[in-house]
Design a protein around this ligand. Structure first.
Ligand code: PEP
Ligand code: CO
Length: 449
């Protein structure tokens, strides 16, 4: 691609970029980042692309989840273990229900930058720059905390490396071994109507040799390790550029700061800097697709980002909201089908369903989230297309950020354990309920046939 360079986005309009007062220091930081080793390898990235191509055809399923925004402070053993654990447990339920391999991808090890609806935030008459994620500034509402600091970019790289290092040790080192029941034990779902179901699932799987085949022909000894990939919104293009490396094998460029970067709903303008950057990297990529997406606009994006129609390259993460999906999704499916672009359709039932309570707390109703998931499956079934994945904001901790679920959280419970600096996440139990819902849908549609 002779008209593309990792820096060619710089000639386009880049939305949602922080402004740095000290450009020398920014330059110095970016140069140092460019000299650091990559966080992932081209081989891992290509392997993921092959697996995503299977998911697009319905032969595998993508489970992508994690925090809305990781914080540097949460780069500790316990939250990382819990996040991995909930994703592994969900994948177990899904593998059993869907009878296909599950591709596990965390919103993790780099999810430090956030797009914001406003550049500034005003509280009690005081206006400060918005919090844009830990790789830009800090969340407390003081002028000092809201300063943009180039050094945070280096810190983001270092925290990503530490997180990934621990994830790799856990996934390689037996954390996922079904022979260690403590890692599969449900901590606090005893209240949940699904806990019996889950225990039966775990027993069933342990007994089932077929399960080994479902995982991809592995032997029992290999079962103790699982694939786990990373993803984040590649929002800060200067950071992403510095982790973009050329492959010696074929001279193509890869973003090696993550396996699977995505473009957010606010930054997917066809002539914008993000689309320019993404068109030149060879990673599998995703685009968030919200209600403002037009059919022509979507096809233009696919033509620009995947002109060679490579399988596994494009994932569309749809996030319309429970009220909007019935109107928004069908025309887009029809247009993509007519265009013959291979895409993986994934569901993000979180970002179209965010509301603010009377007390000013951001939340989401679990019922709305479930409703969007159900409707997605139904709409795709009507069109003969497949839901190839799900994208969730979740945590392994027992937070109270989304309303509803088996434990019946109400808006007055939100303050009990609300930890997110940005969007509200599903807690452990709510996340498991979604996995059961999807597994159950698959069972029902199999018995319908
Ligand atoms: C997000 O995934 O946290 C996000 C900001 O999503 P979207 O771009 O879909 O609004
Ligand atoms: Co979010």
């Amino acid at each position: 691609m002779s008209d593309w360079q990792p820096s060619s986005w710089r000639s386009k309009t880049a939305l949602q970029q922080p402004i740095y007062a000290d450009s020398d220091s920014l330059h110095d930081v970016l140069q140092r980042l460019g000299e650091r080793p990559p966080l992932v390898t081209r081989w891992e990235v290509e392997r993921l692309k092959t697996q995503l191509a299977l998911a697009a055809e319905g032969a595998a399923f993508l489970l992508q989840g994690g925090d809305c925004s990781e914080s540097f402070a949460a780069c500790r053993a316990d939250p990382i273990e819990k996040k991995l654990k909930v994703l592994l447990q969900m994948s177990l339920v899904l593998v059993y229900g869907l009878k296909k391999p599950i591709i596990r991808v965390g919103r993790i090890a780099g999810q430090y930058a956030k797009p914001r609806s406003s550049d500034t935030e005003t509280r009690d008459g005081v206006t400060l720059p918005s919090y844009r994620g830990d790789c830009v500034n800090r969340s407390p509402f003081t002028p000092e905390d809201r300063l943009t600091r180039p050094q945070n970019l280096l810190a983001a790289y270092e925290y990503s490396a530490q997180t990934l290092n621990y994830l790799r040790a856990l996934t390689e080192g037996g954390f996922a071994d079904l022979k260690h029941p403590e890692n599969w034990e449900l901590d606090f779902v005893s209240l949940s109507p699904q806990s019996d179901d889950y225990h039966q699932t775990v027993r069933g799987i342990s007994d089932s040799l077929n399960f080994l085949d479902v995982l991809g022909g592995v032997t029992r000894a290999e079962l103790s390790r699982v694939d786990f990939y990373t993803s984040h919104e590649a929002l800060l293009l200067a950071y992403e550029e510095s982790l973009t490396r050329q492959s010696a094998a074929d001279e193509g460029w890869y973003n090696l700061g993550t396996h699977f970067p995505w473009i957010g709903d606010r930054t997917r303008a066809i002539d914008g800097a993000h689309v320019e950057y993404f068109r030149g990297i060879k990673n599998p990529i995703a685009v968030k697709v919200g209600p403002s997406t037009t059919t022509d606009g979507l096809i233009e994006l696919l033509d620009r980002l995947n002109p060679g129609r490579e399988a596994g390259r494009m994932t569309l993460i749809c996030r319309f909201g429970a009220e909007q999906i019935a109107a928004s999704l069908p025309p887009l499916i029809a247009a993509v089908e007519a265009s013959n672009h291979p895409v993986l359709w994934s569901i993000d039932p979180m970002h179209g369903n965010t509301i603010t309570t009377e007390n000013g707390i951001k939340t989401r109703h679990f019922d709305q989230i479930l409703s969007e998931v159900r409707d997605s499956f139904a709409i795709h079934a009507q069109h003969g297309t497949v839901v190839g994945g799900i994208h969730l904001e979740l945590t392994g901790n027992n937070v109270t950020e989304c309303i509803g679920g088996a434990a019946g959280l109400s808006s007055s419970d939100l303050s009990t354990a609300y930890e997110s600096n940005v969007d509200p996440r599903l807690n452990y139990e709510q996340a498991m309920e979604i996995a059961f819902l999807i597994a159950g849908q698959a069972r029902d549609s199999n018995t319908d046939r």
